[in-house]
Design a protein around this ligand. Structure first.
Ligand SMILES: CC(C)(COP(=O)(O)OP(=O)(O)OC[C@H]1O[C@@H](n2cnc3c(N)ncnc32)[C@H](O)[C@@H]1OP(=O)(O)O)[C@@H](O)C(=O)NCCC(=O)NCCS
Length: 157
């Protein structure tokens, strides 16, 4: 019987798994060095979904800045074998909870305009478009800038 996947805060031991997942992006990847720094810094937050001990199949990397009330989601990736099972939703719930608890204004991110799966995910979670950046990615593709502000009742929950 397979174990139930667990969503948890990442630790430095997860670095090799994060590097392997990041390699699934065609371009604009976070380097090993950036991922290692994200696992150490108090201004970054990383979660993983683990199918079984040591078997990481999804991760989310989020950065915060002292001069901004917005938490910025930098990377969400689910291994192809684990897609369509709600893992990205669980990671997004984890970052939302943490950002709410920290008093953030909400979540922001950029997504490739042509990334239908990711845009479907963010639309389902209530993100709306706040801008567009032509030529944002290495290959010239445009980014859509999305955000989801937290509303009063979420802050009180
Ligand atoms: C985008 C991605 C993270 C989604 O992960 P996932 O675990 O498969 O997503 P979930 O199962 O949690 O799906 C949550 C919602 O996202 C949307 N969604 C997921 N896959 C989708 C697809 N292929 N097309 C359209 N909408 C999709 C749906 O609304 C879905 O809700 P539903 O299952 O109730 O219909 C995954 O496809 C992935 O890793 N892609 C490659 C990396 C990437 O592009 N990351 C985003 C960079 S900004």
């Amino acid at each position: 019987m397979s174990a139930t996947p667990v969503c948890r805060v990442a630790t430095p031991d997860d670095l090799p798994a994060l590097v392997a997942l990041e390699a699934l992006f065609p371009g604009d990847r976070l380097s090993r060095r950036s991922l290692a720094a994200a696992l150490q810094r108090r201004t970054s937050h990383v979660w993983v979904v683990e199918a079984a001990p040591g078997e990481v199949l999804a991760n989310l990397v989020c950065f915060t800045r002292r001069d901004s009330p917005w938490w910025r989601i930098y990377s969400v990736v689910v291994h192809p074998s684990g897609r369509g099972k709600g893992h990205a939703r669980r990671l997004m719930a984890a970052v939302s909870d943490a950002a709410l608890r920290a008093g953030a204004a909400g979540l922001r991110l950029e997504v490739r305009e042509d990334n239908a799966a990711a845009r479907g995910l963010y639309a389902a979670l209530g993100f709306t478009v706040r801008g567009r950046r032509p030529g944002y990615y290495d290959d010239g593709a445009a980014a859509v800038q999305l955000q989801r502000p937290f509303v009063a009742h979420e802050r009180l929950a």
